[in-house]
Write a new protein. Sequence first.
Length: 301
Amino acid sequence: MNAILDIKIGTLVDCSKVPDPARYIKHILPYGFESFSLTFGKTLGGADLKQLAALVLEVLDGTNATVSSLGIYGNPLEETPIDQETLCGWEALIDHAHLFGTDMVSGFAGRLRGQPIDISIPRFKTIFEPLAKRAADQGVRLAFENCHMKGTWQAGDWNIAHSPRAWEMMFDAVPAENLGLEWEPCHQMLDLIDPIPQLRQWVKKIFHVHGKDCTIKWDIVKTYGVHGPKEYAFHRTPGFGDCNWTDIVSELRWGGFTGAIDIEGWHDPIYRDVLEMTGQVYALHYLKRCRGGDFVPNPLV
């Protein structure tokens, strides 16, 4: 057994933007990606999940690569028609996850728009208590991304799951073992939170990791603050930002994490457009080195 692969390194495939996800995966698979997180926007957009699963697994057949997770990133707590489609998307992904060979569905936790996070907790319980049971009955885990989507504690449109205090309230409201986090350091760094102590505290609840980094320009923070006229922090592809991913992988392993770190590209201000895949492949090799490099069997074990 190649023990180094207890943590796979892969990438996200946005099925709402990529017209043929299976063909896209076939094209980039030779670069060495080991896992693929298939994501959608606010809705599934009419996707035929059975057909998609069959096409993707046909491409992955005979390789060691897997589908790490399925994700939908709308607001399931509100009740407009598109929000209700998001909720239906959660249900459909839970019901079809086994067809992709994954036990993970991820997304935003949602929020009551314009309201403080604590006001959303009862609604979160109403929606995710039955979803957690539905998922548990099928051996599926649910993971909440920690992106604030420009929201604060007091107001926002999308997601309550960006604050450690919110995580405590969410998991107290729905104390299900199959509810956890889709964590990435970038979103915490944007709030000037040190990701390593947070990782140590929350690693048991981290089910999936987005490979996205952050560059903080401290000269701007110290001169203009975080609400001034100049941007102070930038999403980065791993290997180009401020994080030491060797430490992150070590903390994940220390905490018993097994699963995938999937690179969330399409955000880097430099490695984008024609340089997008150049940056992602660099990140892939960088993260593999941070994981420990090539596996070397121990002759004494």
